[in-house]
Design a protein around this ligand. Structure first.
Ligand code: DSN
Length: 421
């Protein structure tokens, strides 16, 4: 592996791309990254992901491929599978999904026929596009019935309502999991609703599988779930990819749905990176990391509340915070994202439950603590960040004030190196 030679080749032969990558490197170093679905991967993952494995075609699964020359790819994929099973106490793992959307599609194709019903979380209450939003192809092929969070203090999901919806619509899959919901789930409630009608239980834990792996959040397999999906680049700190974990009885259906049902050749360089990240997540230090991410999120949520920010569900049980910027400071999520970009704090605009505003000008922002925690930030640093954010949003028309905060943020970031840079 000659990464120094490879870097030199890119620098000399394609300076436009090389310089844009350097620009992004600098941006990631100088600012505070709070997008809750992002993370900084490990140097070892960069090495695996940028390796010679990019060259190889490996359709099929270890020991049963459609191309020769698989003696090393079989070793790599088998290690990734074994590590995934151990980490999540799963009976079977498929590590080939190219990312989150095809991963969820493969599960639907494994268990559903066109027109079948899935019970899933409403997008504005925290679900994902692939959980059946009408703009997704999945929403056109299958019939998604959506549950919502309760409009009380903590935005919990009503167990009786889940059972009522299951009885009425008879879903084939009961799906939980979220991309913008700051609370934990009660897996027993979903299992009970699914059992009412003999449905498959599926959890899309893409956002928080790392905290499950680190023992800081509950594992749906401990509650008898059939399937769990997760991307590998968020809380797990791996390369961009997806995994499907399931009970042994579903293994054949899932594997066939991924390949040949949906995908062609797996990205073996990514699978090598996934294996490395899973190895890291099996180390005891990862448990400390998972716990610290959640502690930091609570500290940041409290700092934001103390500085006048109204939070959806009034707090967080995971790594994520959804803030209603319109109710807090009369500024929509798009404007808030731009203001925070100006002070080198990166968040993303976000719809809030039953948002009266459209997705490109929603009422809030979403943020989280995985990246900041990876860089070594702790609770006391979250207090500073919460204050900077609220000060910037309150004074968003004062460009001089915003430049001053940006300087402070950039100076602060110098104390916290980015892994791999
Ligand atoms: N784009 C991911 C997120 O930010 O949550 C989910 O697909």
């Amino acid at each position: 592996m000659d990464f120094i030679k490879n870097e030199k080749a890119l620098r000399e032969n394609d300076p436009e791309i090389y310089n844009a990558i350097l620009g992004e490197e600098n941006r990631e170093k100088k600012g505070i990254e709070l997008i809750p679905s992002e993370n900084y991967t490990y140097p070892e993952v960069f090495a695996a992901n940028g390796s010679i494995l990019t060259n190889k075609y490996s359709e099929g699964y270890p020991g049963r491929r459609y191309y020769g020359g698989q003696q090393f790819t079989d070793i790599i994929e088998s290690i990734a599978i074994e590590r995934a099973k151990k980490l999540f106490r799963a009976e079977h793992a498929n590590v080939q999904p190219l990312s989150g959307s095809p991963m969820n599609q493969a599960v639907y194709f494994a268990f559903l026929k066109p027109g079948d019903t899935v019970l899933s979380m409403d997008l504005s209450h925290g679900g994902h596009l692939t959980h059946g939003h009408p703009v997704s192809h999945m929403g056109k092929i299958f019939n998604f019935v959506r549950y919502k969070t309760q409009p009380d203090n903590e935005g919990k999901i009503d167990a009786q309502e889940l059972i009522r919806l299951a009885r009425e619509y008879k879903p084939k899959i009961v799906l939980c999991g979220y991309t913008s919901y700051p609370r934990d789930l009660n897996y027993e409630d979903f299992k009970k609703a699914a059992d009412e009608v003999g449905a498959i239980t599926m959890c899309d834990a893409s956002h928080y599988s790392g905290w499950i792996a680190g023992g800081a959040m509950n594992n749906p397999f401990d509650y008898g779930f059939d399937v769990m999906t997760t991307t590998t680049h968020k809380s797990l700190r791996g390369p961009r990819g997806g995994m499907i974990l399931c009970k042994a009885q579903h293994a054949k259906k899932i594997d066939n749905a991924v390949f040949p049902g949906l995908q062609g050749g797996p990205h073996m360089h990514t699978i090598a990176g996934i294996a490395v990240a899973l190895g890291k997540a099996l180390e005891p230090e990862f448990q400390d990391y998972a716990r610290q991410v959640l502690k930091n999120a609570k500290a940041l949520a409290q700092a934001l509340i103390d500085n006048g920010m109204k939070l959806v569900t009034n707090g967080t049980d995971n790594h994520m915070i959804v803030a209603d910027t319109v109710a807090s400071f009369h500024i929509n999520g798009t404007e808030a994202e731009i203001v925070l970009d100006k002070v080198a704090i990166t968040t993303n605009k976000q719809i809030i439950p039953d948002d009266p505003n459209p997705p490109m000008k929603p009422s809030g922002i979403r943020l989280g603590t995985p990246c900041a925690t990876t860089r070594g930030m702790k609770e006391e640093h979250m207090q500073k960040i919460g204050k900077w954010m609220a000060d910037a949003l309150k004074n968003h028309q004062d460009e001089n004030f915003l430049s001053q905060i940006k300087q402070e943020v950039e100076a602060f970031c110098e104390q916290f190196p980015v892994p791999g840079l």
